[in-house]
Ligand binder design. Structure first.
Ligand code: GLV
Length: 332
């Protein structure tokens, strides 16, 4: 009997074709996630599940899927999946690292430049029919070149953001759980700074950490107090890294100049105060959304599923414990 795979969202045809060669597919055709009851119903009898960030895969869902061997998230983050519960059931969980770094770094710069130079306000004015022509004092933003960029999390994406800062002649500070090797710092032209110094000295603070218990609300009221009144916050990591209510309050009180956000604490909800503030640029979680990258992400997820179905260790395993002590078909 062929393997059976549930896709909670249709994938690009290229990736679907790969999966179709190895399994019978059950594809949820809507844009919204399956309800928990629907997911439980449809995941029964499936050996693999391919899902995206909006699909919660919790212990109850995993418990209902007695034949499930793998969950492939079409994203680099995997905070929508209860990995611990999957590991306890020997279910492999995979993600799509590596293929979205450049695209996400590009978009981080779109956010940063967009908020600093008031691109969206300009776009609105230009289309409104109210534009009266060039005006010396119209829509004045702030310069980006020559300023200080503070990168929080110098991982794959943070490093690519740092590389792009060179072209803008910026000084780049960074902080992370561990300091990078000296040659990495030299090559990227970045300088290590403790959290407090980074927040005090940066003109732009850009977040690139995964969502972990220790990064939840990494930016909160105390951190906003440290920022320069002229500084901007950029977040293309995960919403809960920032205390959104505290952010809205700090911006209302003009503690710092503005924010550009691609991610939110309770997507798709956005704090109403943020929606009302003019100095906040908002995007609907699209940092990796280019045709090329989203296709690559889907292909990576498909390759992970094919590996799991063939009894091999998938290339992007996030819970290696599942394969500890196991001999895969390939090795065996
Ligand atoms: C997007 O946010 C991802 O985790 O890939």
């Amino acid at each position: 009997m062929p393997a059976r795979v549930l896709l909670t969202r249709a994938l690009p045809e290229e990736a679907t074709a790969v999966l179709r060669k190895h399994a019978e597919l059950d594809v949820h055709e809507g844009e919204s996630p399956l309800s928990k009851a629907e997911l439980i119903e449809r995941v029964r009898g499936k050996q693999a599940l391919v899902c995206q960030l909006t699909q919660r895969v919790d212990a109850e869902v995993l418990g209902a899927a007695s034949e499930l061997r793998g969950v492939a998230n079409v994203a680099v983050g995997f905070d929508n999946i209860d990995v611990k519960a999957a590991t306890a059931r020997s279910i492999a969980v995979t993600n799509t690292p590596g293929v979205l770094d450049e695209t996400t770094a590009d978009f981080t710069w779109a956010l940063l430049l967009g908020v600093a130079r008031r691109v969206v306000e300009g776009h609105r004015l230009a289309r409104s029919g109210q534009w009266k022509g060039w005006d010396l004092m119209q829509l004045l933003g702030t310069d980006v070149h020559g300023k200080t960029l503070g990168i929080v999390g110098l991982g794959r994406i943070g490093q690519r953001v740092a590389r792009r800062a060179r072209g803008f002649g910026m000084r780049v500070l960074y902080c992370d759980a561990a300091r990078a090797a000296a040659e990495v710092e030299r090559e990227l032209g970045v300088e290590w700074a403790e959290k407090e110094r980074l927040l005090r000295e940066s003109d732009f603070v850009s977040l690139h950490v995964p969502l972990l218990p220790e990064t939840r609300h990494w930016m909160g009221p105390a951190e906003f107090e440290l920022m320069k009144p002229t500084a901007y916050l950029v977040n293309a990591s995960r919403g809960p890294v920032v205390d959104e209510a505290a952010l809205a309050e700090a911006l209302e009180q003009k503690k710092f100049a503005g924010a550009a956000l691609d991610v939110f604490e309770q997507e798709p909800k956005i704090h109403p105060k943020l929606l009302a503030l003019p100095n906040v640029l908002l995007a609907p979680h699209i940092a990796s959304a280019s045709v090329e990258t989203r296709t690559r992400m889907a292909m990576v997820a498909a390759e992970n599923v094919v590996a799991v179905l063939s009894g091999q260790r998938p290339p992007n395993l996030v819970n290696p414990e599942v394969y500890e002590g196991k001999t895969t078909c390939k090795e065996g």
